[in-house]
Design a protein around this ligand. Sequence first.
Ligand SMILES: NC(=O)c1ccc[n+]([C@@H]2O[C@H](COP(=O)([O-])OP(=O)(O)OC[C@H]3O[C@@H](n4cnc5c(N)ncnc54)[C@H](OP(=O)(O)O)[C@@H]3O)[C@@H](O)[C@H]2O)c1
Length: 100
Amino acid sequence: MEYCQKDGIVFEGYSPLAKGHVLSDPVVQQIAKKHGRTAAQICIRWSIQNGVVTIPKSIKKNRIQENCQVFGFQLDEEDMVALGNLHDGRHVTWDPTNVE
Ligand SMILES: NC(=O)c1ccc[n+]([C@@H]2O[C@H](COP(=O)([O-])OP(=O)(O)OC[C@H]3O[C@@H](n4cnc5c(N)ncnc54)[C@H](OP(=O)(O)O)[C@@H]3O)[C@@H](O)[C@H]2O)c1
């Protein structure tokens, strides 16, 4: 991300909802409750506030609408840090770490 942002390359989040696996996480749930939003909206908002383009996928109309409603609120610094600390090395898709 730092490399891309430094060189003006748009960075896109792949599987921004971790294919749905992260939505039941207690930290995500607690932040969702605090803001009166859904877990998916919290995850999408986190990507946006990190300057990351995010393309969540859903086959359900109501979820697509829900996933678009992410502009009327702001995660605070404490939320951003808590969400940023969630990564535990798991991957839900291919691992780009070793791509050259
Ligand atoms: N950039 C690329 O090169 C590339 C390549 C391939 C694919 N993609 C795209 O990347 C996107 C990522 O999709 P992804 O499937 O990997 O991961 P994702 O967006 O992280 O997760 C999608 C999963 O979350 C569920 N979901 C979506 N919104 C939800 C909500 N509001 N509440 C509860 N569950 C929700 C979906 O279920 P339902 O569908 O049942 O709602 C689906 O199971 C897709 O649009 C895909 O087409 C990009």
